[in-house]
Ligand binder design. Sequence first.
Ligand code: ZN
Length: 447
Amino acid sequence: MFTKMDRISRNVIDFLTLVEEFEHHEVKLVSLKEEINTASASGRVMTTIMIALAQFEREQISERTREKMAWRATKGLPVGPPPLGYEMHEKRYRPLPKEVEIVRFLDQAYLETRSLDQVARMAYQRGFRTRKGHTLTKNAISCILKNPAYIGKISFNGETFQASHDPIRDQKTYARILQSLERNWFHKGSGRSKAKLYEYLLQGLMLCGYCQGKMVPRTSTGRGGRRYHYYICNRADKTAGIDCGKNYLDAVEADHYVLDYVKQLALRDDLVLKLCQEQDTSFAESLRTLRRDQERIKARLIENQREAGNLARAIARMGPKPPRAILDACQELDREKAELEATLSRMGDEASKLEQTSMRVELAGKTVRYIAQILSHDRVTPALLKDCLPKFINYVIWRKDVKQPTGRVEIALFERPFRGNDGRLLREIVEDLECRAPTALGIPRLP
Ligand SMILES: [Zn+2]
């Protein structure tokens, strides 16, 4: 994750020693940085476009095949690839004994434990995987448990039809499974709507220190109806801790931590500015070196053109048959010219990139001051905070200590802070807060 940050790391270490004095226990600032994988604007745009294209294509295909599939469904013929437990045989599903075993195991395990978490772990221990060899996620297991294909039906567009293949699960088992799943879903569902009462400030920013994947917000209800808000590694959550250790942390605590840290950082904008200046110096240095090299190459290019001109005049004087050596020299000069020009254009790109980066570094100082104003404003709402944080924080990594409830939070700042998703500038948000009529009693309105 940090491979491309070599140039910056030196500054970060300087910075870290600098910040140590005011640093709060586990929170660390990783880096102010210029670009990282999908976090860079262009990377994000590309992904979005690609997903949109893929979806468009899929919609077109589905449009074309919809009618044909509907017809097949009414005839009890398969409308898709066979689910786990079946194989294709003469255009129909046929039970596949070694996979039927898995389905039956899942049915039984679920009815015994009534817990997808436990079923996922039990299936994993038995060595059961998907056809592609992946871990069976809770979601995949839930799909298998709910699939009417196993009782010999075909479902299409919300309707079920009697199918022409043999069932591998009896009606009674299916009814019991559905009943239990529904009950669990009901509990979960009610928990989810209540979850809105808490605004997860770090949603979308929190990464798992083990697998570098996203951590997602979850709410659970403990004994006595107390609600717990936490972030959990998405991979850990989906696979009941199999593909990644069950990495989670208290959301309220984490939000507090990070917010507190950003506040302190904002108060010490002299430190942030020092970092910015150091980065600026380092960028300026690289830029100066680059410019020197550019000048050298330009000078060589002029020399090259002069030599080519001399040769051309010599050839003109020599009449129709100039010596081979002179023609070769001409060619060599041409080749060198193309090479020099390519190098120059590459250097130009690099220089403009460096210039842009230093400009962004300069803006970082301003951002800190805006953030400080927003954070300390008495009219700021959690929703607004949640909107502002991504303009200042690139990501937060939770590195849990092995076999201990403690860990480290790392915060990476970035300097693409001025435009958020809604295109609003931090400055505008500050101005907005300043001129908005005070709410009743001056208490921030919770969403
Ligand atoms: Zn993870």
